[in-house]
Design a protein around this ligand. Structure first.
Ligand SMILES: [Zn+2]
Length: 212
């Protein structure tokens, strides 16, 4: 335990205060996370899914999301831990975790997919497997650079399902995970593709949600 503190001393990610426990944030900074309500988004006219988030896309959470820019995987793992601690998903039934994929070219550029590292943390905590049920068929423009309508068009038909897994993963409770939700267009498009697996349910969880 002591050795671990020397090798990787636990500091609060926001105020840099030394912590005695292996947490991402000290109590004071944790309280600065602005909570958000879980929301529903429609995949079709009749199917809607719940989206849970740790909180609003503001500091101190914003720091964890942006940390992918300097390839900080620990921050992504801590997002997974915060999701487990703060959202209702640990009380929800789910069979597998599906990270929202990056296009391979972007993942190669960045070195990792933040949603995937978050999913790994969540998988370790929940004991549920990560399954790559969808992949990105094409590279898209960054969503934050686009307006609402353009965001819908940008992600239209961008995900495809894995034909080999279709039979194996029928009738499951699926948990989708992503780092950030802006308009929900990406989750909506990914969720629509997941409907081809005839899931029993789909729930989504994100690190932070942009509140307008
Ligand atoms: Zn702090």
């Amino acid at each position: 335990m002591v050795l671990r503190y020397i090798v990787a001393p636990p500091f609060c990610r926001s105020c840099k205060m030394f912590l005695l426990s292996d947490s991402a944030l000290c109590n004071d900074c944790f309280k600065c996370i602005e909570p958000v309500c879980s929301i529903n988004i429609h995949l079709t006219r009749t199917v809607k899914i719940s989206v849970h988030a740790i909180g609003a896309y503001k500091d101190p959470l914003k720091y964890f999301i942006l940390a992918k820019g300097w390839r900080d995987r620990t921050a992504s793992r801590q997002l997974g831990l915060l999701i487990w601690q703060t959202t209702p998903i640990k009380h929800n039934r789910f069979d597998c975790i599906v990270p929202i994929p990056l296009h391979w070219s972007r993942e190669m550029l960045r070195g990792f997919n933040q949603a995937n590292v978050m999913a790994m943390a969540l998988s370790a905590l929940s004991g549920k497997p990560i399954v790559y049920l969808i992949r990105r068929a094409k590279a898209t423009e960054y969503q934050f650079r686009l307006s609402g309508i353009d965001r819908q068009t940008n992600v239209k038909n961008v995900f495809v399902q894995d034909i080999d897994l279709i039979k194996q993963y029928q009738d499951k409770d699926i948990l989708m995970i992503d780092d950030l939700m802006t308009t929900g267009a990406t989750l909506q498009e990914a969720g629509r593709e997941l409907l081809r697996y005839n899931p029993r349910s789909i729930t989504a969880v994100v690190g932070a949600r942009v509140c307008v």
